[in-house]
Design a protein around this ligand. Structure first.
Ligand SMILES: *Cc1c(COP(=O)(O)O)cnc(C)c1O
Length: 456
C-alpha cells in the first residue's frame, strides 16, 4: 500500500517511511492512497477472531510491504502480552451505555494499545536497519508514559519525552519519571502541552538537527498508531453482535482515537455516529456543530489529556472531505495556521454524516462521575466521564463509550467528585515510593536541542 501527504499527494511513500517519519517534510500528514473495504461476507469471516488475530488482519492491510503476516502475528502477540486483560480490551455496561475499557495496558490508558505495538515495530525496523533512532515526543500525560514503557530498554533507541511542568497528574508523571532505563529521558517544560508540541515541531523542522540525530516521532499523528486503534472498533462491533450499526462516543483531544473510528467506518465497519466528546477545550465541538474551527487559549481541566486546542489529526478528515485534494487541504491548513478557518457549509454537511459532538464543562464532568458512582457503583476517570456525558446529552443511550483511562490515574478528579479514588493496580504501586528523574527546561526549542545533544 502506498501513502501520500495531505499537503502534496503527487509523491508516494512506503509504510516504512510513513511509520519512521510520522510527519511529512511538507508538514502534512500521511494517508493511504486507497483503503480496503470489507464486504459483509468478509466482515463475517473476521467476526470470531480473538483480539490478536483481528489486529493482524486489520493492520496487515496497511503494512504488508514492510512486515510479513507471520512476523506481524508474532509482533502483535508480543505487544499485547503486557496487558492485564487477555483479550486486551474489555466491554462492560454502565446503565444503558456500554464502556469499552481500553486501559488494561502497562500505563493504564488507551495509548498503550497502539504504543506497545509501535515499540516493537521500531525494534523490527532496527533489526533490518543498522541505525540509532532518537524518539522525541510531547505529552499531555498519557502518551509519554505509554511511549516510555514501549521503548524502555530497547537497543539503538532513545526516547526524550517533553511534558508540561506541573500540568499533568502526579500519577501520570510518576509512571514516566520513575523508569530507570538508560535510554529514557524526561523533560519538564515550563509551559503547557501546546508549547511542548510546538517545540517538538520546531525540532523536526530544523532538518539539520533532526536528520543528524535520526529523530523520529510517536505522537498521535503517526499512522501506525491510528491503524492499531482502528482494531478495537472492529472488535467491539463483533463482540456486541447486534446486526445494526453502532455509535461510539470518544473522549477527544488530538482527534486521533476518533479518527481511527472513522477509518474503521471507511473500511466498511457498520458504524452509525462517532461522537466527538470534548472538555471545555471545545474547538472540535464548535467545529463539528457549527464550523467554528477557531482555537482559543487552552484551559486546564480535570481531563488534562484532552487539554488541546490544535487537533493535529483533524487535517486527515479535512483531506478526505475535500475529496483527497491536497491543494485545497494545504490552503485550508494555512488558514488554520493563522486561526482563520471556518468550515464551509458543504464540507460541514459531509462531516456531520459521520460525526456529532458535545462538550462537558468541569461541573458536568464531576456530576457524571458522581451520578455513575451513586447509580452504577462505577468510578469513571474524568476523560471517560466526558464521553459518557456527551452520549447522555445527545440522548444516544445505546452507544459505546470509549473508556480511555483507568480512574486511578486521576485521583484528584475523583476525590473532588465523590471523595474517593481508586488505587493503582498492585504491580504499579511501586511508583509512589520510587525516586523521580526529570530535567526542567525553559520553553525554548534550543534548550531542548542542547539537552538532547548533551545526552548522545
Ligand atoms: C490521549 C487521551 C485522550 C484523547 O485522545 P486523542 O487521540 O488525542 O483524541 C483521551 N483520553 C485519554 C485518557 C487520553 O490519554
Amino acid at each position: 500500500m502506498k501513502y501520500v501527504s495531505t499537503r502534496n499527494n503527487s509523491k508516494e511513500y512506503s509504510f516504512e517511511e510513513v511509520f519512521i517519519k510520522g510527519l511529512a517534510d511538507d508538514g502534512g500528514l500521511y494517508v493511504p492512497t486507497s483503503l480496503k473495504k470489507f464486504s459483509s461476507d468478509e466482515l463475517s469471516e473476521l467476526k470470531n477472531l480473538n483480539y490478536n488475530d483481528l489486529s493482524t488482519e486489520i493492520i496487515n492491510q496497511f503494512s504488508s510491504d514492510f512486515i510479513s503476516k507471520d512476523d506481524l502475528t508474532s509482533l502483535i502477540k508480543k505487544s499485547y502480552s503486557t496487558f492485564r486483560e487477555k483479550e486486551v480490551v474489555k466491554i462492560s455496561n454502565i446503565g444503558d451505555l456500554k464502556l469499552l475499557e481500553l486501559f488494561h495496558g502497562p500505563t493504564l490508558a488507551f495509548k498503550d494499545v497502539a504504543m506497545q505495538f509501535i515499540g516493537n515495530l521500531y525494534e523490527y525496523y532496527l533489526s533490518k536497519n543498522d541505525k540509532k533512532i532518537n524518539i522525541v515526543v510531547a505529552t499531555s500525560g498519557d502518551t509519554g508514559a505509554a511511549a516510555i514503557d514501549a521503548i524502555k530498554g530497547k537497543s539503538n533507541l532513545n526516547i526524550f519525552v517533553l511534558h508540561p511542568n506541573n500540568r499533568i497528574s502526579p500519577v501520570q508523571r510518576k509512571l514516566m519519571t520513575t523508569v530507570e532505563d538508560k535510554n529514557v529521558f524526561n523533560i519538564a517544560i515550563d509551559g503547557n502541552f501546546d508549547d511542548c508540541q510546538n517545540i517538538v515541531k520546531q525540532m523536526f523542522s530544523d532538518l539539520n538537527f533532526s536528520k543528524s540525530i535520526n529523530m523520529s516521532g510517536v505522537n498521535s499523528i503517526n499512522w501506525a498508531r491510528i491503524i492499531a486503534q482502528a482494531v478495537y472498533y472492529f472488535y467491539t462491533y463483533f463482540k456486541i453482535n447486534e446486526d445494526k450499526p453502532i455509535s461510539f462516543s470518544v473522549p477527544t483531544g488530538n482527534f486521533g482515537d476518533v479518527f481511527a473510528g472513522y477509518l474503521a467506518k471507511e473500511m466498511g465497519l457498520p458504524i452509525d455516529k462517532l461522537i466527538v466528546a470534548t472538555n471545555e477545550n471545545d474547538i472540535l465541538h464548535r467545529a463539528i456543530s457549527n464550523g467554528d474551527y477557531i482555537s482559543k487559549k487552552v484551559k486546564e481541566t480535570l481531563s488534562p489529556s484532552m487539554d488541546i486546542q490544535l487537533a493535529s489529526n483533524f487535517e486527515r478528515l479535512i483531506y478526505y472531505v475535500n475529496n483527497s485534494n491536497s491543494d485545497i487541504t494545504s490552503d485550508i491548513m494555512k488558514k488554520v495556521k493563522y486561526n482563520e478557518y471556518k468550515i464551509e457549509k458543504s464540507n460541514l454537511d459531509i462531516i456531520q454524516k459521520d460525526f456529532i459532538s458535545e462538550s462537558c464543562d468541569e461541573n458536568e464532568t464531576l456530576e457524571i462521575i458522581k451520578k455513575n458512582f451513586e447509580i452504577n457503583s462505577i468510578i469513571l476517570d474524568p476523560h471517560t466521564a466526558v464521553g459518557v456525558g456527551a452520549a447522555n446529552k445527545l440522548n444516544l443511550n445505546d452507544c459505546v463509550v470509549l473508556s480511555t483511562a483507568h480512574p486511578c490515574k486521576f485521583p484528584a478528579a475523583t476525590d473532588k467528585a465523590i471523595n474517593k479514588h481508586e488505587e493503582l493496580p498492585i504491580e504499579l504501586q511501586y511508583v509512589h515510593s520510587k525516586e523521580e528523574n526529570f530535567q526542567l527546561l525553559k520553553n525554548e526549542a534550543e534548550a531542548v536541542k542542547n539537552f538532547v545533544k548533551s545526552k548522545l
